[in-house]
Each structure stands twice: as structure tokens, then as C-alpha cells.
Design a protein around this ligand. Sequence first.
Ligand SMILES: [Fe+2]
Ligand SMILES: [Fe+2]
Length: 290
Amino acid sequence: MPTKTHEDQLQSVVDRLSAAAEADYYNPYKRFAWPDRLDVDGYWMSPELMTVHGTSAARELDEKTLQEISKWESGHFYSLNVHGIRELLIEVVRRIHTTGFEIPTKFFHHFVGEENEHMWFFAEFCLRYLGKIYPDRSMSFGTDPGSPLVQNFIVFSRILIFEEIVDYFNSRMGSDDRLHPTIRDLNKIHHEDESRHIAFGRQLVTLAFQKVCDDGTDDEREFCRTYTRRFLDSSIAGLYSPAVYRDAGVTNPTAFRREVMNDPARAAANQAMSRRTTSFFHRIDAMAAA
Ligand SMILES: [Fe+2]
Ligand SMILES: [Fe+2]
């Protein structure tokens, strides 16, 4: 039996995931119950997933303030989704039906359609229940990220890292019985769609890095490895938002953020969020050590 080339492998993944996307297709505009008001009695997100979890700063706060943080932090998390999706849609639309993307294009159609819908339901949640979407503060793509080989690797790596971190939250909140049914449902549905996107993204990233190693320079390969590390670290840091703490009524939110981020309890929590991602990137040797 001849060994399957990377392209053959990508083709069979694209076929399998496209069939799954067709079979699982739903109407997002009818899928969710949107009560006029969200009567949340308790936490808006799983307490263990909050950025303040396990910290000494959190132990100084009363239950009411912690619940208030959970409300604004969940809104911040969905806002990150809205902005992350806009950025990834721009890059995928730029590539669909262009030379070199003949195989993934079939799944790009599902990806673009589903992401547009995800962006809609996350924005809907923020606007209905929090009255706003937090502004985008993420690390920009940059104007000159290198040759097309490097650009492709970076684009698909950014998408994958973003989707895997988000999925860490969605997969847990989607089955957390303590949460309001609308919140649980939003997370559960997103997790189901994202499991296809992540499987697809891992194939694209593996192939894109293979091309950098085969046809790029040593410097380009090192640039890619450093970039993924930097992007992962800045994505995790971006979860800690002073605006969230301010909205929840915390005094001196900037100092509070610093204290929370530097709390020894957070190192293990941050590691847990990114473990699956770092082990994938390390397996293909495409991420520098921490
Ligand atoms: Fe999504
Ligand atoms: Fe996605």
C-alpha cells in the first residue's frame, strides 16, 4: 500500500468533515431561546473558569462581587469570540477558491457559513444581556508577517490557537448544570461545531508548517515557532481584562489585574487552558518552548 501523502490525508479529512457539517446543519436564528431578560441566579460562567479563580485577591471579595465578575467576564469572553471570528473570516475568505487552496475550499464554505452564525449568536448575547461588546485588544496580525508560506502558517495557527482556547471554555460550560440553559446551550452548540473546525485546522497547520520546513529558510521556520508561542501567551493574557473588573465594581482594576495574573495559582490554570494546543504544536515542532 502506498503511503498517503499529506494532500490525500487533507482531502479525506475535508470530505469527512464536510459531510458531518451538512448532516449537523441547523438554523442558528431559530435554534436558541432568547428570553427578554436573563435571570441568572448565581454565576454566568463556571466559577473554576474565571480568571480570578484560586487567587488570594478573589478570596478577599464577597460572593456578590464574584458573581458580578462572572457576568462581565462571560460577556468579555463572547466579545473575544466576535472579534476573533471577524479576523479569521477575513483571512479564510481571502484564500477561498484561490490557487493552492483547491482541497480545503470545500470545507472553507462550511467554515465561513458557520463562523458567520457563531459571530451572530455571540454578538446577540452580548448586546441583549450586557448592552455592549467589549472592544478588540488582541495582538494584531501585523502588516508584514513574511512570505506567503509564513503568512499561511501564521493565519491557520492563529485560528487554531484561538479556537482551541475557546473550546476549553465551551466544552466545560456546555455541560455545566449550574449555568442558565441559554448560556449552556450557546456553549454546547459552539463546541459541537468547533470540534470539526479544530480537526480541520490541525491538518492545515501541519501542512502549512511542512511547507515552511520544505521550501522556507531556517529563519522563517524559527520565526514561525516564536510567533505561535507569542500568540498563545498573548491570547491567554488577553483573557484578563481590566475593563471586566472595572464593570464588576472592583476598585483599582489595573492593579487588581496585575495581582490576579501574578498569583501563583494562575500558572497552573493557564497551563491547563493551553495544554492540548501546546502539545499539538510541540508534536509537529512548530512552537518555541515557554
Ligand atoms: Fe466558531
Ligand atoms: Fe471555528
